[in-house]
Design a protein around this ligand. Structure first.
Ligand SMILES: NC(=O)C1=CN([C@@H]2O[C@H](COP(=O)(O)OP(=O)(O)OC[C@H]3O[C@@H](n4cnc5c(N)ncnc54)[C@H](OP(=O)(O)O)[C@@H]3O)[C@@H](O)[C@H]2O)C=CC1
Ligand SMILES: O=C(O)C1=N[C@H](C(=O)O)C[C@H](O)C1
Length: 242
């Protein structure tokens, strides 16, 4: 049996993963949070998941690398610096990072890319997400993934086309942009809508997460899939086969 070590084990996601992993045949080797030794956890685990915070990523990757243990990273709010660290670690171990481990979002990313490519330049693209009041980062990692998929569909990148929130005298909407808005409140697990709007009609793709179990299941599946893989950076598409 392949054992899983959990970085961020006492958090919302860490607890959900600890509950689901044994049901999927993976015993939990242990967990680690602000206190605890990442190196010890990496050594005693066959595969790792990280649902903690960007500030912890460097230490978690170093521990995984030193132990030669694959790692699935679900933490969001990562910047270019963090992605460079992940690329570097992927030279020595199998690594997968994604802002959303659910099957629904895996499929939705493809649908959004396809819709953006087929609808063409006269359709405006807007992304709205809502999460619980305790979420630390905005926009969500998922919104950024969906934004990147839409940007690919229209032949650009999110850093070129993205517009984060709007306020004040913004003037008319600039053509070819992808607007993003983040709402926070209550206990919302995670809602994402991608809206395609043109004169006289609108298409809306919405995914609603009702339970963190969907993320936990995907994370465990990905971590098990990574076990025994050659070093490299893998994607959730490869795990889900969507
Ligand atoms: N990819 C996906 O599918 C999903 C990704 N996420 C992402 O996962 C992350 C965690 O979410 P969630 O579980 O809701 O958050 P929580 O705040 O509930 O949990 C975070 C955990 O990480 C630990 N932690 C925080 N900072 C550090 C640090 N510097 N070093 C070590 N451990 C640390 C916390 O420990 P302590 O209690 O000691 O502070 C806590 O156990 C977020 O980035 C979130 O966006 C969430 C859901 C799905
Ligand atoms: O913090 C959360 O809760 C979630 N974070 C991920 C994100 O940033 O997209 C995934 C999910 O939406 C829940």
């Amino acid at each position: 049996m392949t054992s899983i070590g959990i970085f961020g084990s006492m958090g919302r996601m860490g607890l959900a993963i600890a509950e689901i992993a044994p049901e999927l045949g993976a015993p939990v080797a242990g967990g680690c949070d602000m206190s605890g030794d990442p190196n010890e956890l990496a050594r005693k685990s066959d595969t790792l998941v990280d649902f903690s915070a960007p500030a912890a990523l460097e230490a978690h990757l170093a521990a995984a690398r030193a132990a030669g243990t694959p790692i699935m990273i679900g933490t969001t709010g990562l910047g270019a610096r963090h992605h460079a660290m992940i690329d570097e670690a992927a030279r020595d171990i199998a690594v997968l990072q994604t802002g959303n481990t659910s099957l629904g979002i895996g499929l939705l990313s493809h649908l959004v890319r396809e819709a953006a490519a087929r609808l063409g330049a006269d359709w405006d693209i807007e992304i709205v997400e809502m999460h619980h009041r305790n979420k630390a980062d905005a926009p969500s990692g998922t919104a950024l993934m969906l934004g990147e998929a839409a940007a690919q569909g229209i032949g650009t990148t999110l850093s070129e086309a993205g517009v984060q929130g709007r306020a004040g005298l913004t003037g008319p909407r600039a053509a070819g942009t992808i607007g993003m808005a983040a709402l926070r409140g209550g206990s919302v697990v995670g809602d994402h809508s991608v809206i395609f709007a043109t004169a006289g009609e609108r298409i809306e793709f919405t995914h609603r997460a009702d339970d963190r179990a969907i993320f936990a299941r995907g994370a465990v599946r990905a971590a098990l899939w990574l076990a025994g893989r050659a070093p490299g950076r893998y994607t959730m598409d490869q795990v889900l086969g969507v």
